[in-house]
Design a binder for this molecule. Structure first.
Ligand code: GLA
Length: 381
């Protein structure tokens, strides 16, 4: 499948774990339309692990769990399509999925055909219970062949958790996005660790094969399957909101897949407007899909820019450390010396305010776990 920009959508795992159901997916699809997510660009609805019975049928085919999906998968996919959305499903390159349901090992071609018959549009392909004698690259290549031969255009989302340097070969294996890290948890350390682990690996992420930094935890506030933190402290909503802003801004500006993991039906208004921030989404979906250019980096404090197709740049400041600190961005470090006579006009995307004109550099105090994102346009003095 040819995909020009990172995928956007919703996946059941982060909040519902191995308990996706027909009614949950229908209600989520309804909410994605009525609450503006589809209009904002989120068009995939994806059921993760736990949708099938523990055993295949006598013909070796998957059987959807009839209690969770009483009308079958095809009827559900049809419903999702009737809303203008696309339907995604989950399987695994190993013999069993991570929740120990049947995997696609040795079943790739018949599974892909079954998905095509069900009108599936997206396959997340996991890596649990992988035989030690099997070859990772070949397994993803095999499912890629199976999807190409199945008679339907199906987006291929590989999920081998960043093992074996996927950024180097997933593109050649026909994949559309590759999970580049282990599983995200609903706490800032997890999101910050994932973001920092990818800062040097983004040059390989471009159409039609994108880095997937895992489903967002934005808006979960500890509710769901991937835990808030293990300290047992009560939820500090203001702090978590700030941390979710940082997470979403980084995922968007680093060009990651944007797959929401929170319960769309119960999202707070502020998190909904964050997830639907048009300017952040436009940076993520920019048609040139350029990877970030690192301007400065000192431990967990960094500043990068991303060239955009309208001849502006996104300027991103992040402080993932636990202390407020200054992050400086010296324009000469990204090719704009004082002698150029060019000023940068900065529009603050998160506050919506105009931040003014800058020459030479723009140092900013960034709170702990915080970030600032500017759209910068060039002004000739
Ligand atoms: C792995 C994946 C997760 C999720 C679970 C399902 O851990 O990385 O994203 O799909 O399996 O069991």
């Amino acid at each position: 499948m040819y995909t020009k920009t990172p995928p956007m959508g919703w996946n059941s795992w982060n909040t519902f774990g191995p308990q996706p159901t027909d009614s949950l997916v229908r209600e989520t699809a309804d909410a994605m339309v009525s609450l503006g997510y589809l209009d904002a660009g989120y068009d995939y609805v994806i059921i993760d692990d736990g949708w099938m019975l523990p055993d295949r049928d006598e013909n070796g085919l998957f059987v959807a769990d009839p209690e969770k999906f009483p009308y079958g998968i095809r009827a559900l996919a049809d419903y999702v399509h009737s809303k203008g959305l696309k339907f995604g499903i989950y399987s695994c390159a190993g013999t069993r999925t991570c929740a120990r349901y049947p995997g696609s090992f040795d079943h790739d071609f018949s599974d892909a055909r079954q998905f095509a018959q069900w009108h599936v549009d997206y396959l997340k392909y996991d890596f649990c219970n992988f035989p030690s004698t099997a070859n990772c690259r070949q397994r993803y290549q095999t499912m890629s062949m199976a999807l190409r031969a199945c008679g339907r255009d199906i987006y291929f989302a590989a999920c081998n958790w960043g093992l074996h340097s996927p950024e180097l070969w997933m593109r050649s294996a026909g994949v559309n996005s590759y999970r580049s890290t282990g599983d995200i948890m609903d706490n800032f350390t997890s999101a910050a660790t994932i973001a920092q682990s990818q800062l040097d690996l983004l040059h390989c992420s471009a159409a039609p094969c994108f880095n997937d930094m895992d489903m967002l935890t934005v808006g979960m506030f500890g509710k769901g399957h991937v835990g808030l933190n293990d300290s047992g402290e009560s939820v500090d909503v203001a702090r978590l909101e700030q941390e979710y802003v940082t997470q979403f801004a980084l995922w968007a500006c680093m060009g990651s897949a944007l797959i929401i993991g929170a319960d769309i039906r119960a999202m707070s208004p502020s998190m909904r407007s964050l997830l639907q921030n048009k300017e952040l989404i436009a940076i993520n979906q920019d048609e040139e899909c350029r990877s970030p250019y690192m301007v400065s980096r000192e431990g967990a404090r960094f500043c990068f820019l991303k060239h955009l197709s309208d001849h502006t740049v996104a300027l991103v400041y992040a402080n993932l450390s636990d202390e407020q600190d200054e992050v400086d961005c010296i324009f000469a470090d990204f090719g704009l010396p004082y002698t150029s006579g060019i000023k940068l006009k900065l529009h603050d995307i998160l506050s919506g305010e105009e931040a003014g004109m800058f020459t030479d550099h723009c140092p900013l105090e960034i709170p702990a776990h915080g970030c600032r994102v500017f759209k910068a346009s060039f002004v000739t003095a």
